[in-house]
Ligand binder design. Structure first.
Ligand SMILES: [Zn+2]
Length: 120
């Protein structure tokens, strides 16, 4: 097989493509470095925002759990305080009552079982 003859224009095109290729390779390498750097920055930001949102969510959850409990045990007398569970150990049994932390309202004492719920 004989080598295809290249005209002057073909050689010029070939040289230009070779030159372009070299430039593009350099640019690709530069862009790769840039992307890597940007990725690290981006990951850093993601981690930061993740940490921040994580704490916020925990706070919100803690608050809402707290609020749920408060709503459940809000004093029916003053409507401000919380009826807190007071458990008393007796020799043979445990008894409990609830006492408002605002007005001091006390509920009747009852026998305590593990099913009794409330804020201690
Ligand atoms: Zn009260």
């Amino acid at each position: 097989m004989s080598k295809p003859r290249m005209s002057g224009a073909d050689i010029e095109l070939f040289e230009r493509l070779k030159r372009d290729n070299k430039i593009l390779k350099k640019q690709v390498a530069a862009l790769r470095r840039e992307i890597q750097r940007l990725d690290y920055d981006h990951i850093d930001d993601l981690v930061k925002s993740q940490e921040e949102s994580g704490t916020t969510e925990e706070k919100i959850e803690y608050k809402s759990k707290n609020e749920r409990e408060r709503e459940q045990w809000v004093c029916f007398e003053c409507n401000k305080g919380i009826l807190k569970l007071v458990i008393i150990n007796k020799p043979n049994e445990k008894i409990y009552f609830r006492k408002c932390d605002n007005c001091g309202k006390r509920t009747r004492t009852k026998k305590y079982t593990k099913d009794v719920k409330g804020i201690e």
